[in-house]
Design a protein around this ligand. Structure first.
Ligand code: SF4
Length: 720
């Protein structure tokens, strides 16, 4: 038996795992006691990684050979790698020659490794000359990126997991960490046990399992977070709980924010958010003082937040307004304090580092900045990086549905299930002239549209690095050889690039490390500088946090301890952004607020976890959860089938009463695909899963769609 140290491929906690293997089989997995993220712990998903790995090959849910579809609607047939990649190069070159480089697009994934991400980005922006490369991380954290940059000057979460042990007050908002980040939640519970005076505030429209541990639960109305944050600041100002010295020394723009929040009186905020004034005062006091009863000794407040803030048409305003509270109270840059966004996917952070989004460039550079474009062009040895903004996730599929994007390359993600407003995404995949899907798993929703299927390696088979929510870079290692003809994602990109432009010298890589070294060089002098890090150091010293500059022996656990921010004047900036209502508020024809979220034991579209019976023990089938009063009003009993319908589509599933759901609200888990939850678009096309219903309205700054809210109606299904 062989032990191989690696990293869990599911959530952004980034737990270390030890893979047990015998020959070509992964036989077991256990938590890595030496990994700082989890210190040996694993959640239900991590504990079953070895079973899902073995099961996917046995159950034939793995792609094992390149497959080409001879005609749309026909079954795909096996082909060789040579033929597949030559065909892809021919079709992409054809689209580029006829319509220009922006006629092609790449939609990639926060589950790719940093090295994979880097070469995809270089392929699009450096070789082809289009910025049309975006990622499913757009759906999970682009509002956090925009919020950090707007206020703190760089996309760098300032806190770390160890801050849980120093916090006196935890403000958890828009995050069900108990399900979405289970091992971090266990650490949180430990920290609370060790500090019985700690206060936990949870703000969430749903009374989730996370809310179950709150000392103060704020059941705010969906989409009213910005009003809540402005209201808390109003109270802090009124009561003298802000930190005037910190504001004076380290920030700018406070007067404009003060003027904006003047009208956010407790009475108005309580009415808009559906909260009591008393709870607002308690939350403001605990947050500002770190729940300290001694006015001279401020405790530390740490905010944890995730999709409830990010997946919103006001995502940037929500993130920035929460960060405002930390700046106004000096709750940043000290142990136990700071805004701390949690990433959903295992390497959403690595994708941000290499600039693998349509508006970013390598090492946190901005596409809109001419100097940054010139730096990246020089680094890559290309004449220029195009200045035209790339299409972000929703825009990319809308452009393909309109016929403007002709060739699409999708890697390691399942947009026909996971993107909002599935109807548009499916039209895009039908209308595009050539669709490549590079995947480890046979994800039917998207693979059914592929003209070419390229089998990729996955967890346990590939090498590289990932970065977790606390900026910690960990190694991912192979324990077994790839099954069938599966190839590493970076290798597929390099092989394609060499065929697309024969003779180009932009992709000289022969190992993931050779790619990573180029990425490392791109970070020199940047906020995420890792010039002091190496694969050898990761081998010898284990996972490390960035920044880790040349000459240093370890990374930085906590940022901004000196009060200096990466802005032109070194000051953090308050963002005075007004509260805006939801893109699609509920109304008389669609009187329910539908929200989506995760189950404890499933992951994304269930391509891995859905193969394992034991992971259905917690929740066995899809359901729409409703408040008991609404169930009674609609004459529904548990298990009765209902139509849940939005302006875009309709699905049928059982209703279930839940004490976690407030009246006029509804909840459906995001994981269920066509095998479990079928539906129809408003024009009668077959759709699947909750994204038959969701809206593609997005935040104008971050372009992150409002997956957390759609207005729906719920009607009892007529049974024959
Ligand atoms: Fe994997 Fe996240 Fe569970 Fe850790 S908490 S084992 S990273 S899914």
């Amino acid at each position: 038996m062989t032990d191989t140290r690696s990293t869990c491929p599911y959530c952004g906690v980034g737990c270390g795992v030890i893979i047990e293997s015998e020959g070509t089989r992964i036989t077991g997995v256990r938590g890595d006691p030496d990994h700082p993220a989890n210190v040996g712990r694993l959640c239900s998903k991590g504990q079953t990684l070895h079973l899902t790995a073995a099961d996917s090959v046995a159950r034939q849910t793995r792609l094992l050979h390149p497959m080409q579809r001879p005609a749309r609607g026909a079954a795909p047939v096996r082909t060789s790698w040579d033929e597949a990649l030559n065909l892809a190069a021919r079709r992409f070159n054809g689209a580029i020659a006829t319509h220009g480089p922006d006629a092609v697009g790449f939609y990639i994934s926060g589950q790719l490794l940093t090295e994979d991400y880097y070469v995809f980005n270089k392929l699009a922006k450096g070789l082809i000359g289009t910025n049309n490369v975006d990622t499913n991380s757009r759906l999970c954290m682009s509002s956090a990126v925009a919020g950090y940059k707007l206020t703190l000057g760089a996309d760098a979460p300032p806190a770390c997991y160890d801050d849980l042990n120093h916090a006196d007050c935890l403000f958890i908002v828009g995050s069900n960490a108990a399900f979405a980040h289970p091992v971090l939640f266990r650490r949180l519970e430990d920290a609370r046990r060790a500090n019985p005076d700690m206060k936990v505030i949870v703000a969430d429209p749903r009374r989730t399992d996370t809310a179950g541990i709150a000392d103060l639960y704020l059941p705010l109305q969906p989409g009213t977070d910005v009003m809540l944050f402005h209201g808390l600041l109003h109270i802090m100002l009124w009561e003298g709980w802000t930190d005037a010295a910190y504001i004076e020394r380290h920030t700018s723009g406070f007067d404009a924010l003060k003027a904006l929040v003047r009208e956010c009186t407790p009475e108005r905020v309580a009415q808009v958010c559906g909260l009591t004034e008393e709870d607002l005062f308690t939350a403001a006091r605990w947050f500002a003082t770190g729940a300290s009863t001694d006015p001279q000794a401020r405790g530390a407040t740490l905010s944890l937040y995730c999709q409830g803030l990010n997946q919103s048409s006001s995502g940037t305003a929500k993130n920035a307004s929460l960060i405002n509270l930390h700046l106004a109270t000096g709750q940043i840059g000290k142990p136990g304090a700071g805004p701390f966004s949690l990433t959903g996917q295992p390497n959403a952070m690595g994708g941000r580092e290499v600039g693998g989004l349509a508006n970013l460039l390598s090492a946190h550079r901005d596409l809109a900045n001419p100097a940054h474009r010139a730096e990246v062009a020089a680094l890559w040895g290309v004449q220029s990086v195009p200045d035209k903004p790339g299409l972000t996730a929703v825009e990319l599929f809308e452009a393909a549905a309109d016929g403007a994007v002709k060739a699409l390359w999708i890697a390691c993600t399942n947009p026909a299930q996971s993107m909002p407003d599935q109807r548009t995404v499916r039209r895009a995949l039908q209308r595009a002239e050539f669709v490549v899907v590079q995947e480890a798993f046979t994800t039917p929703a998207t693979c059914d549209f592929a003209d070419l299927l390229l089998p990729a390696t996955t967890w346990g088979e590939k090498e590289g690095t990932v970065t977790n929510s606390e900026r910690r870079i960990s190694r991912v290692r192979a324990a077994v050889p790839p099954p069938g003809e599966a190839r590493h994602d970076w290798r597929i990109v390099v092989d394609f690039a060499r065929r697309l432009r024969p003779g180009n010298t932009l992709f000289p890589y022969d190992t993931p490390e050779s790619i990573w070294l180029e990425h490392r060089e791109s970070t020199r002098g940047r906020d995420l500088d890792i010039t002091g890090l190496s694969y050898a150091m990761l081998e010898q010293q284990g996972p490390q946090q960035w920044p880790l500059r040349e000459g240093l022996s370890e990374g930085k656990a906590r940022l901004y301890e000196d009060g200096v921010f990466p802005t032109a004047d070194g000051r953090a900036r308050f963002a005075a952004l007004p509260y805006k209502p939801l893109a699609e508020p509920r109304e008389s024809r669609y009187p329910f607020s539908l929200t989506t979220g995760r189950l404890r034991d499933q992951w994304h579209g269930m391509s891995r976890t859905g193969t394992l019976g034991r992971l259905f023990g917690h929740v066995a089938e899809p359901a729409v959860q409703l408040n008991a009063r609404d169930m009674e009003r609609l004459a529904l009993a548990d298990g009765d089938l209902v139509h849940v319908t939005s302006k875009r589509g309709s699905i049928v599933l059982p209703a279930q009463a839940s004490e976690q759901i407030a009246p006029a609200q509804a909840f459906i888990a995001m994981h269920w695909g066509a095998e479990y939850l079928s539906g129809l678009s408003s024009s009668g096309e077959p759709l699947a899963g909750v994204n038959a219903l969701t809206t593609s309205a997005y935040c104008p700054s971050s372009k992150q769609p409002e997956l957390k809210h759609a207005a729906v109606k719920v009607l009892k299904a007529d049974l024959p």
